[in-house]
Design a protein around this ligand. Structure first.
Ligand SMILES: [Fe+2]
Length: 159
């Protein structure tokens, strides 16, 4: 996807694929250091993804989608809460003491999140949010993501 050409749903779906790929690489990695690096990337990506959904995508979707889907989004926000807590725990432990098991837990939360969104939330949002709006949301979300990823990079350097 080229900058400015995507819509919000394409952007979020691409995030999902990226995180799935990172999880696969994480599971395949045999080197402990490489594994930690991949885990760190996953945590960063998920933090940015959840932020753009909560700040930008969900509020807009809540205006247009059906009642069932609204409930699903509310449930999704609760799941994000669990996810963020787990991310914090993993970070605080500095990837020690059973963090691989926590990553597994994180993966199953993400899997459920992806199924719910791609199976139900996105199709409804795609139909009900105007096309131009989906594009402008994508621009906003890209800016938010870059701000978060920039901060994360900075945090890495300071470590
Ligand atoms: Fe998502």
């Amino acid at each position: 996807m080229h900058e400015g050409s995507g819509n919000a749903i394409e952007l979020l779906t691409a995030d999902h694929r990226k995180v799935e790929k990172l999880f696969e690489e994480f599971e395949r990695a045999s080197d402990g250091e490489k594994q930690q690096e991949l885990a760190d990337d996953i945590l960063t990506e998920l933090t940015a993804h959840a932020e753009t959904e909560e700040k930008t995508f969900y509020p807009e979707a809540m205006k247009t989608v059906s009642v069932d889907i609204k409930e699903m989004i509310e449930h999704g926000i609760g799941e994000h809460g669990k996810m963020k807590l787990l991310i914090e725990e993993i970070r605080d432990s500095r990837f020690k003491d059973g963090y691989v098991a926590q990553m597994k837990q994180l993966k199953s939360i993400v899997k459920e999140h992806v199924q719910e969104e791609e199976g139900n939330v996105f199709p409804d949002a795609e139909m009900t949010i105007p096309k131009e709006k989906l594009k402008s949301l994508a621009r906003t979300m890209m800016g938010q993501k870059m701000a978060i990823l920039g901060v994360e990079k900075f945090r890495e350097i300071g470590r």
